[in-house]
Design a binder for this molecule. Structure first.
Ligand code: GLP
Length: 261
């Protein structure tokens, strides 16, 4: 794991945007795995800025979101379809037919989940999967207890996730189930880009990066991926034990970059 403890949440967004930009410039038809939630919003804002300045084009990029609530359609104000359109798709030059999410309003969720998993495979797999971490250690909607070998399927959301997703909107009753990529689906991506910011994420980040590999903390599965980059602000990194080592790696990285320039 390549762990970067950056100076601020904005520095996390800029570094994440740099990594996405590098990939898309190298491979204009890159397949990106996307996440919803608060954490990637600053990254999306940065990608929109770069797109609008003509530095980055999504015209051939294809995207696959991690998850969607079950029982609500793409126009529902709290659907992840809508959130993604409003925070990224409508504001960049992506072809809407290349932006995929599971259909939350499908008639047969199990079949929809299987079809979504098959679509990712048929398109050639995800090059870079962006991930946030839930306060309970979930990735996508893989709640604690999810099999580390799981594939895209229907999951029941935990009370903790329902509470977190309810925040700020006491009148909205969040759906209690979702379709989510599985942990094995996520681990199939060519590379992972994990983002966490803010003190509320510190315990989950410590468990994910330095705790045991366990279904009790689905984000610990990141440890299995040979190409996982983790970008943290100081608050989210506050409970890590190996910070001295991460700083050492960072210094070595800077030395190498200076030598090669
Ligand atoms: C949500 C999503 C996840 C997201 C996580 C953290 O429920 N299903 O993909 O990473 O919770 O969200 P946030 O970034 O808002 O803390």
């Amino acid at each position: 794991m390549d762990v970067w403890i950056l100076g601020s949440a904005q520095a996390v967004a800029v570094k994440a945007a740099d990594l996405c930009t590098e990939l898309i410039q190298r491979k204009p038809d890159a397949r990106l795995g996307l996440a919803t939630g608060t954490t990637p919003q600053a990254l999306y804002a940065e990608l929109i800025r770069r797109n609008q300045r003509g530095r980055l084009s999504f015209s051939r990029v294809e995207t696959f979101n991690l998850d969607e609530y079950l029982g609500i359609g793409p126009e529902h104000p709290r659907s992840f379809h809508r959130a993604m359109r409003e925070s990224l798709f409508d504001l960049v030059d992506i072809d809407p037919s290349n932006a995929h999410l599971p259909a939350g309003d499908c008639d047969d969720p199990a079949t929809e989940a299987e079809a979504y998993e098959a679509l990712i495979g048929a398109r050639g797999g995800i090059d870079l999967q962006i991930l946030g971490i839930g306060r309970n250690g979930h990735i996508g909607f893989n709640e604690p207890g999810s099999s580390l070998g799981s594939r895209t399927r229907v999951k029941t959301l935990s009370r903790a996730t329902l509470r977190d997703n309810q925040l700020g909107e006491p009148d909205f009753e969040a759906p209690s189930m979702a379709i989510t990529m599985g942990i094995a689906t996520i681990l199939d991506a060519g590379a992972l880009l994990v983002l966490a910011t803010g003190a509320a994420k510190a315990p989950a980040v410590a468990a994910a990066l330095e705790g045991p590999l366990s279904a009790s903390c689905p984000a610990s599965a990141i440890q299995l991926h040979p190409r996982a980059t983790v970008l943290l602000d100081p608050e989210a990194a506050a409970q890590l034990r190996l910070t001295e080592y991460y700083a050492l790696v960072d210094r070595a990285r800077r030395r190498l970059a200076a030598d090669s320039s």
